[in-house]
Design a protein around this ligand. Structure first.
Ligand code: URA
Length: 452
């Protein structure tokens, strides 16, 4: 019988063994994680094996070493941009995902109008949350699929560009993100950290502002989970030499009044015109303040906020948005005439059955109602309907009389419209007490040491 001699070559890694190891709660090696990411990205291993592995991660978690290996493997699944030819600081903002969260569309042009460079690589809707790319694509013609040279060209011309992961940038995240969306494997801080940080580190930014959502419409429902994720991401970014800050912000109700792709673009245009709902404007100013501060364009966040306000009042931020839309093949007339955005064929009202105050809104249910309308995806292959969505007329703390409208559903399919209406009705809690506590917009700030 022969015996193995000396230093035999390591056995090849097999997907099934990696799945079993994680299923049994063991720590994976860097090589195993690198194999899984590389083989999935290249199509060597199928969706069903990676789905099983993702579910094992949801149930078992990852160690810091595994999270860092996963982030690294996803980051290096494509190119890491070198934007050193741009002299201004490169900065971005990323949100962990929410309902009605359209701040990226305000911030990219706003911060670029203030002289910083914003190379934004975003994602699509995930689970019940909306995605920046789906929103942008509701602008007729807007192309989020730029190649890296085209991306650089737009950045050079206007200081901001907004695209999705390409086969060149973080392609592993593109595939994993789409798979997680439809396999119930979104809500893991480790997977969210690796997904966000791999895209953001690939952008070649100097600094990053994270908006970590907490509440009924967030992936992290509990504040302590949001803080855990924020610390994980700040730590990961700092280890890669980036100035980092994370704001823990409220997602117990949708942000702004509009939920749905083209509706949200219309609300973005309002904010860039100095109008729009108070909560959305306030969060945009706070995040922009931090972006200017970390990017070295403002000494303090307060100065960054007032610079942002000036850029909105002067119309420079809106002009920058128009420029970016045109450069990415979108119809720039939409900016002056939002009626050119896609509209749903029908609308119906969701009326309150009782009088009182809105005590709570199940924010995830609002996001899911939008997905049911067709504004998000139920399966990986689903096309998104850009026109459908929900306009809220009441938020937490508002009073309402029986028979008054809580929300309007914009729909294209009657069955879906009625289903969304029922979901919205159930999502509103109307109370007869006057003492409704409205949560603060920014709960906490977690700052890395480089940004101080
Ligand atoms: N946003 C991302 O980019 N990835 C996630 O996993 C969640 C939110």
């Amino acid at each position: 019988m022969s015996q193995s001699q000396g230093s035999a070559a390591a056995a090849p890694v097999r997907a099934v063994d990696v799945i079993r190891k994680k299923r049994d709660g063991q720590e994976l090696s860097r090589a195993e994680i690198e194999y899984l990411v590389r083989a999935y990205t290249s199509g060597e291993i199928p969706d069903y094996q990676v789905s099983a592995w993702l579910m094992a991660v949801i149930l078992r978690g990852l160690t810091r070493a595994e999270t860092s290996a996963l982030t690294d493997a996803m980051l290096h699944s494509g190119d890491v941009l070198d934007l050193s030819e741009f002299l201004a600081k490169k900065i971005d903002k990323h949100s962990t995902g929410g309902v009605g969260d359209k701040t990226s569309l305000v911030l990219a042009p706003l911060v670029a109008a203030g002289g910083l460079v914003v190379p934004m690589i975003s994602g699509r809707g995930l689970g019940h949350t909306g995605g920046t790319l789906d929103k942008l694509e509701s602008i007729p013609g807007f192309n989020v699929n730029l190649s890296v040279p085209q991306f650089r060209k737009v950045l050079d011309a206007c200081g901001c560009a907004m695209i999705g992961q390409t086969s060149e940038i973080a392609p592993a995240d593109r595939k994993l993100y789409a798979l997680r969306d439809v396999t119930g494997t979104v809500e893991s801080p480790y997977l969210i950290c690796a997904s966000i940080m791999s895209k953001k580190l690939a952008e070649g930014v100097d600094a990053l502002v994270l908006d970590v959502k907490t509440g009924s419409g967030a992936f992290m429902k509990k504040e302590e989970d949001a803080v855990f994720l924020a610390e994980l991401m700040v730590e990961t970014g700092e280890a890669m030499g980036k100035a980092m800050v994370a704001l823990i912000t409220n997602m117990d109700e949708p942000l702004g009044m509009y939920v749905g792709n083209s509706l949200e673009v219309a609300e973005v245009l309002d904010v860039l015109r100095g109008k729009g709902p108070e909560d959305l404007r306030e969060l945009c100013l706070e995040l922009a303040g931090w972006m200017f501060h970390l990017g070295g364009a403002a000494e303090t966040v307060a100065q960054g906020r007032s610079l942002s306000q000036q850029l909105i009042t002067s119309g420079k931020a809106l002009e920058k948005f128009k420029q970016m839309v045109a450069l990415q093949s979108g119809d720039p007339h939409v900016i002056d005439n939002p009626d050119l955005l896609p509209h749903a064929k029908h609308a119906l009202e969701v009326t309150s059955q009782n009088s009182g105050r809105v005590a709570a809104i199940d924010c995830e249910a609002v996001g899911t109602a939008c997905v049911v309308l067709g504004g998000g995806r139920e399966t990986k292959e689903d096309a998104v309907d850009p026109a459908v969505g929900i306009v809220l007329h009441r938020k937490v703390g508002d009073s309402v009389k029986a028979g008054e409208s809580l929300a309007t559903v914009h729909y294209n399919s009657e069955t879906r419209g009625l289903q969304a209406k029922q979901m919205l009705l159930r999502s509103y809690q109307i109370s007869d007490t006057q003492n409704v506590v409205k949560k603060k917009l920014v709960h906490r700030v977690i700052q890395g040491s480089r940004g101080k």
